[in-house]
Design a protein around this ligand. Structure first.
Ligand code: B4P
Length: 193
């Protein structure tokens, strides 16, 4: 099994790249953002709670996100492996994920960070907001709030995964295919280790 986390700031291309590589490696793609948005559009209880936070550019509370992610993973095991996009986003989420995987006799193999400067992220997300209808892409203030949340709660995960010798950073600027090739190079080099 190959279990990969695609990591990065809001708009760094996690979802885009995860969708591009999932078929190549036969991985099950789990995007916490997509699961929250699906629940929001269906008006479920989980969706209504998540919406309150997402619409302000804040992270959804850990206890809700962790329970949701655990049930997603358990619903897909056994499989060839996972590509997690948008999870974990806090240290507590990362520790919970490690515990869940240990109980399943699994582990995270590598964490690939997409490195993109903030000014480009703001442009990308405002551009996406013109067509996505996503409330959290609609204003620079909300996007900046999401970037602040990243710095405060998500960035510490880089050290968490560096300490496990699992973190690889790649340049997330360039065409979709250029970024994709960089990502594939890391996965292939790790797979052949
Ligand atoms: P997510 O759905 O994870 O979304 P994201 O961070 O906005 O985007 P991503 O990095 O996937 O970028 P994308 O490929 O779409 O999170 C949304 C919200 O959900 C969070 O703010 C939070 O509230 C909540 N949430 C999710 N997970 C959570 C968790 N674990 N805990 C708590 N809360 C959680 O790319 C963005 C744009 O850039 C697209 O338009 C794309 O076309 C473009 N793009 C991509 N690559 C490009 C490239 N190389 N060049 C130019 N443009 C590119």
């Amino acid at each position: 099994m190959l279990n990969v986390i695609i990591f990065g700031k809001p708009g760094s291309g996690k979802g885009t790249q995860a969708s591009m590589i999932k078929n190549k490696y036969g991985l099950t793609h789990i995007s916490t953002g997509d699961v929250f948005r699906k629940n929001t559009s269906e008006g479920t209880k989980l969706g209504n709670i998540a919406k309150q936070y997402m619409s302000k550019g804040e992270l959804v509370p850990d206890e809700i996100t962790i329970a949701m992610l655990e049930s997603e993973i358990l619903g897909f095991v056994p499989c060839n492996g996972f590509i997690l996009d948008g999870f974990p986003r806090t240290i507590l989420q990362a520790k919970s994920l490690d515990n869940l995987l240990i109980n399943l006799n699994l582990k995270i193999d590598l964490v690939i960070g997409l490195d993109v400067p903030n000014d480009r992220l703001v442009k990308r997300l405002l551009e996406r907001g013109k067509t996505s209808g996503r409330n959290d892409d609609q204003s620079e203030d909300k996007i900046n709030k999401r970037l602040e949340e990243y710095d405060k709660k998500t960035k510490p995960l880089i050290i968490f995964y560096e300490n496990q010798n699992k973190f690889y950073s790649i340049d997330g600027v360039g065409s979709l295919n250029d970024v994709n090739n960089r990502l594939i190079n890391v996965v292939d080099s790790k797979k052949n280790d």
